[in-house]
Design a protein around this ligand. Structure first.
Ligand code: G
Ligand code: G
Ligand code: NA
Ligand code: MN
Length: 255
């Protein structure tokens, strides 16, 4: 509530920046790309996580500027550190329902893609299951389909925690499922959760979707996910979200 008043200045001073969590191919170990995650380096309060300022992403006055500023920064960073070195890497951008309702969002992202010398095929748009469920067949759906037509991929974030029903999955413009880290956290101790993960990996594979396990923290989780055939993963076992200048430190091979 208070933080909102500092937002214009924070944006101008580049205090709100994307960090980058590497995503690995769990079969080959190779780094596939990064998810951009916002951090606010507040001069007085220190580093703020998105939970502290998440409402700003839905604030009508500043939301789209915040999203686009972060996206531009993220694409420039990955361009400098990866693409210009001939190192292919995808970039996951989190978009809210507010972003997707903007009539200019496709145009704005197209501008970023051009300005940053990016390729649409390197862009992954992350939306939550709840957003997708609410969108149904309206304008948000058409926006996602248009982004997809240009070559972006759509990832369903926090899969398994929303109100979505598997019945809808076939009709959604989705390419990638991101399995919520709650399931991964409980895999080691709960046979039920391990079974759910196994079934969802199977579901993704059988329906031609890619699946990403979020929040991998232990070697046992990694071994189990590889054995299940999970395509991709991210988590503290590999790396937390890293500041842009440090992403080169994350090795091209995760294990
Ligand atoms: O890093 P973690 O605490 O880093 O992120 C928590 C949540 O905040 C994630 O679920 C993510 O979807 C959301 N988030 C992180 N960065 C952004 C962003 O740039 N835009 C939006 N809309 N959400 C973000
Ligand atoms: O978009 P989303 O909510 O999924 O963002 C991922 C969140 O999870 C971010 O807050 C990120 O910092 C956090 N995160 C990433 N890897 C791990 C992990 O291995 N364990 C836990 N507990 N959190 C993680
Ligand atoms: Na996400
Ligand atoms: Mn997630």
């Amino acid at each position: 509530r208070q933080l909102r008043h500092h937002l214009p200045q924070a944006l101008a001073r580049q205090e709100i920046v994307p960090f980058f969590q590497p995503i690995y191919d769990l079969q080959s170990g190779r780094r596939r790309g990064y998810e951009a995650l916002a951090r606010w380096e507040h001069p007085d309060l220190g580093r703020l996580m998105p939970s502290r300022f998440a409402t700003l992403f839905e604030d009508h006055r500043h939301a789209s500027r915040l999203t686009l500023t972060l996206a531009r920064h993220a694409l420039n960073e990955v361009s400098e550190r990866c693409w210009k070195q001939g190192d292919a890497a995808s970039v996951g951008l989190n978009l809210t329902i507010f972003d997707l309702h903007s009539p200019e969002i496709v145009f704005d992202l197209q501008t970023l893609v051009c300005d940053c010398n990016a390729s649409w095929s390197d862009i992954i748009i992350e939306v939550t299951e709840t957003v997708m469920m609410g969108a149904r067949h309206g304008p948000v759906f058409r926006t996602l389909e248009e982004l997809r037509r240009r070559g972006a991929r759509i990832a369903l974030d926090d899969f398994g925690t929303g109100y979505g029903s598997l019945r809808h999955l076939g009709g959604w413009p989705v390419d990638i499922l991101k399995l919520d880290r709650g399931f991964i956290a409980r895999m080691d101790s709960s046979p039920t959760d391990a079974g759910v993960v196994r079934a969802l990996v199977r579901l993704a594979r059988d329906t031609g979707l890619e699946i990403v396990a979020e929040g991998i923290e232990t070697p046992a989780q990694l071994v189990a996910l590889r054995e299940m055939g999970c395509h991709l993963g991210q988590g503290y076992l590999f790396h937390p979200a890293l500041p842009g200048p440090e992403i080169a430190r994350a090795p091209a091979c995760g294990f």
